[in-house]
Design a protein around this ligand. Sequence first.
Ligand SMILES: Cc1cc2nc3c(=O)[nH]c(=O)nc-3n(C[C@H](O)[C@H](O)[C@H](O)COP(=O)(O)O)c2cc1C
Length: 220
Amino acid sequence: MKGKLLIIFKSNHGYTRRYVEILGNALGCDAVPADKFRGDMLSGYDKILFIGSVRGSRINGFNKIADYLDIVYKKLIVCGVGMLPQNENRAAAVKDATVSVAYEKFIPVFYAQGGFDMAELSRAERISINMMVRQIKTASLISEDETFVLNAAVTPLDEVKQANIQPLIDYLDGKTVDEKLYSPPEITDEQEEKQFFEEMEQAAKAPENKKRALKKKLKK
Ligand SMILES: Cc1cc2nc3c(=O)[nH]c(=O)nc-3n(C[C@H](O)[C@H](O)[C@H](O)COP(=O)(O)O)c2cc1C
């Protein structure tokens, strides 16, 4: 690929880490676990990829980079790894839950299916999943995703494979990627960017009762 890439990753049970290895083999890059990441590591890279597992829709460990978004938002790419299979809305939902309003319009977000095995979980994680399972079972309507979670709690799955991360490899390699396969940035134009940040500033200064309406407008 053209330019230097740094991958910052958060992986609890190795699924995301295996994707980092696939990316490394395909693209050649440096990689650092989110827990060892420091802000001074960001300099000298043309692109930064944050990749981590999805926990309750949100990407685990993203807080490690959240303080640096004002510096890296133009070269940051994000990818969530979850148990659920990829679909057209997954990346956008992960973006919505993970990236703050101020930066979500600038950052491309990808999603790749990883794996899940109850037997690998820590006690706290198992409690959390068991609670989720109980809640799903008591609901009157169960969605397709929820059915998937119920099955995964009984039967382990491992879907880590290059095909699942190929759109991200292509994107990092400078190729055009079908917009159905990820959540692309909405603002790429400098004029639009300037206007967006001006409106953000206005929203921040607005009285409390107007703040919510302005933020809602910016999210659209
Ligand atoms: C407490 C908990 C919550 C999770 N929440 C989600 C979720 O909301 N969506 C999803 O697709 N996967 C969810 N998962 C599954 C993990 O994202 C999945 O197992 C992932 O492959 C783990 O990658 P890692 O080993 O790199 O951390 C959850 C797992 C745990 C333990």
